[in-house]
Design a binder for this molecule. Structure first.
Ligand code: WTA
Length: 650
């Protein structure tokens, strides 16, 4: 935790209470909800679970054997049924479920009935390929309606999906397939991003050379016949051909509340990504109630979450939460600056979007591009704004408030994680006054605390470790195939208490201010990466002997990646080697992991026990005076490094 961040936030005194008008119409507007949930959180969550349709009701709300929780025990339900079938039985059957816009243009609208038909057919396709309840299915697709159809079809038949973000490399895809031992891969010939083609099928073919568990590959034709994606006979099958013959009806599988709904890989402090497990009843309860209350979602709203489904935000707040609520969701395939920097605002105007949920990194980019872009469009339909993924700086919050929200929209800054499944700290917009830069209060029924190293609460306005002291329904049930790492990562610092890996402080009003990660995880444009993952990719290059990677402050991305690299004898430290190393990381992990800066060095500052002192590397990369160097094995190393890079960005 950096004291500078705390000091800066302490000076924030602006407060934005909800307007009377907003309050009156809000889904929740009685502050008593907080007390009720605090008094009896099991009763509270049981009431939330009633928002879902259950085939069989649970007999016990919670069984808690730290770190393992079971929620709504004995309950049977199906996530797909809750997102689709139950709406088809009502007036919503002809309501738009998905409004999709492609990057190069093109628009498709799928009603709940359309979704019902497509999902059932695709579920039958999966069955015909031998997928059974419990089998893992990997999904590597662009943001098109079919990715949602594929996820829901998996949920319908009880096959946990593992969605891999389309920006990940072949190697990252292979790692994730292998860890999950997925049987089927669903992909597309390609997708569009910023005017170019993302060759998904080519990457998938590359990955499949080293991923023997995959028996069949279903390929959606997004680019069209001209593109000619290579198909391997016997293994690769076209989506449209399979769908042409698929039977129309597929009954949803009754799933136990604790049956696995999906796996989602995320980065931790070591190089190996971890498969976060989410089960059905608790997860669906968490995402359904938070979507309805945090976004104040109404049936007539047009809701747009700009994330990719490859991340948890897409899982919880594009797919499961909004669809369980019967919402109309906009999904957009591409980049915010294609063909021009007003694309988001053009979409808001075109579909009259009411609720917009995006990331601080996007807001900072919009800010930099200038207000003339949103000004070109009519944004008067917007009534609520959200942010997620990283701390939002007060200036970006204010810009969002004024230039996008027209000063009238509440902003919900939502803190949560892949592991937490659903939003944890957030304003309820009809109740809580917001402060720029603060995620404000815990959602009802959530119990965060801020502790020091010894496990004592730190007190008002002091930085400490953010933890959650009681279980909650959407919490992860563990890491796929690695219970030891699960205990070690989240449950070993404090007994029976969930350790988030984030720093935070709480002010005198009880508001939480998030201060960033306290571990070796970095947050680049709201994407989680481990410094070790990037280091391993660098060391994999033949020229590299050793590498140390750190997150450094970046104006737009929040954090950028800086790498200190020791090269081997026989290689020359020059610009072209820097470029080659950056490219190597892109190839190993994906473009999101491309280092912003590479510093060549002959040595790295280490403690006497051999630990790299990243704090000092950060001082150098950010051009600050060096902190305490007394524990270094050889203080001359860091001094030499500093002199070499003094004042220069790279
Ligand atoms: C960070 C994304 C501050 C945090 C949903 C967390 C945030 C990590 C916020 C999880 C926020 C997310 N304010 N920091 N509103 N939201 N974070 O798993 O460091 O991709 O631990 O989940 O993002 O990232 P993940």
């Amino acid at each position: 935790m950096r004291p500078t961040a705390i000091d800066a936030l302490l000076q924030e005194t602006r407060v934005f209470p909800p307007s009377e008008e907003f309050k009156k119409q809000a889904n929740v507007n009685d502050p008593k909800i907080y007390e009720e949930a605090a008094q009896d959180y099991l009763a509270f969550w049981a009431r939330c679970a009633e928002m879902l349709d259950w085939f069989e009701k649970w007999h016990t709300v919670l069984e808690w054997n730290p770190p393992y929780a079971k929620w709504f025990i004995g309950g049977k339900l199906n996530a797909c049924y809750n997102c689709v079938d139950r709406h088809v039985k009502t007036w919503r059957r002809n309501k738009a479920a998905l409004i999709w816009e492609g990057e190069p243009g093109g628009e498709r609208v799928l009603t709940y009935s359309d979704l019902h038909r497509e999902v059932q057919k695709f579920a039958n396709v999966l069955k015909s390929l031998g997928v059974r309840k419990g089998d893992r299915v990997c999904i590597y697709m662009p943001l098109i309606p079919e990715v949602v159809i594929a996820m829901l079809a998996c949920a319908r038949i009880g096959a946990p999906h593992s969605v891999v973000f389309g920006g990940f490399s072949a190697e990252a895809l292979a790692d994730r397939i292998n860890d999950a031992q997925a049987k089927v891969l669903i992909t597309a010939d390609g997708g569009y991003r910023r005017g170019s083609i993302v060759p998904l099928k080519r990457n998938a073919d590359e990955a499949l050379k080293n991923a023997p568990s995959i028996e069949k590959v279903v390929v959606y034709q997004r680019l069209g016949t001209d593109y000619n994606a290579p198909m391997t006979p016997g293994r690769d099958l076209w989506w449209h051909e399979l769908m042409a013959n698929a039977p129309l009806v597929c009954e949803p599988e009754p799933m136990d509340s604790e049956d696995l709904l999906y796996l989602l890989y995320t980065s931790g402090s070591t190089g190996k990504p971890k498969g976060i497990m989410h089960t059905t009843g608790g997860y669906m309860t968490g995402v359904t109630v938070t979507t309805k209350w945090v976004f104040d979602l109404k049936d007539e709203d047009v809701y747009w979450c700009t994330a990719d489904v490859g991340w948890v935000t897409g899982h919880s707040y594009i797919v499961y939460g909004p669809l369980a609520n019967g919402a109309t969701c906009v999904i957009y395939e591409g980049a915010p600056d294609y063909p021009d920097r007003d694309r988001f605002w053009a979409i808001v105007e075109k579909y009259r979007v009411n609720i917009l949920y995006t990331a601080p990194t996007a807001i900072r980019a919009f800010m930099k591009w200038g207000e003339q872009y949103p000004k070109k469009h009519d944004l008067s339909s917007l009534r609520l704004l959200g942010t997620v993924g990283e701390p939002i700086n007060p200036e970006a919050w204010m810009w969002y408030h004024e230039h996008i929200g027209g000063g009238r929209c509440p902003i919900v800054d939502t803190w949560w994680q892949t592991e937490t499944g659903a939003i944890m700290i957030t304003p309820l917009p009809g109740i809580v006054a917001t402060k720029p830069g603060s995620a404000t209060r815990p959602f009802p029924g959530i119990f965060p605390e801020i502790l020091d190293d010894a496990g004592n609460p730190v007190g008002i306005d002091r930085g400490g470790y953010l933890v959650i002291t009681k279980p909650w329904p959407a919490m992860t049930r563990g890491l796929w195939g690695d219970p030891e790492r699960f205990k070690q990562t989240y449950w070993s610092k404090y007994e029976g208490i969930y350790f988030t890996g984030d720093g935070a402080r709480r002010d005198s009003d009880g508001y939480f201010w998030l201060l960033g990660r306290v571990d070796d995880v970095i947050n680049v444009s709201g994407h989680r990466l481990s410094t070790m993952e990037v280091e391993s990719a660098l060391v994999d290059h033949p020229a590299v002997a050793e590498a140390a990677v750190i997150g450094v402050h970046h104006e737009i991305k929040g954090q950028g990646i800086a790498a200190f690299v020791i090269i081997k004898e026989g290689y020359t430290a020059n610009e072209s080697l820097k470029d080659a190393l950056k490219q190597h990381v892109v190839q190993k992990i994906g473009a999101i992991a491309r280092p912003d800066q590479i510093f060549f060095t002959a040595d790295l500052p280490k403690t006497r026990s051999g630990k790299i002192m990243r704090r000092l590397l950060r001082d150098i990369a950010e051009g600050r005076a060096l902190g305490d160097t007394t524990t270094l094995a050889d203080p001359a190393v860091v001094q030499a490094l500093k002199e070499k890079y003094e004042g220069q960005e790279e």
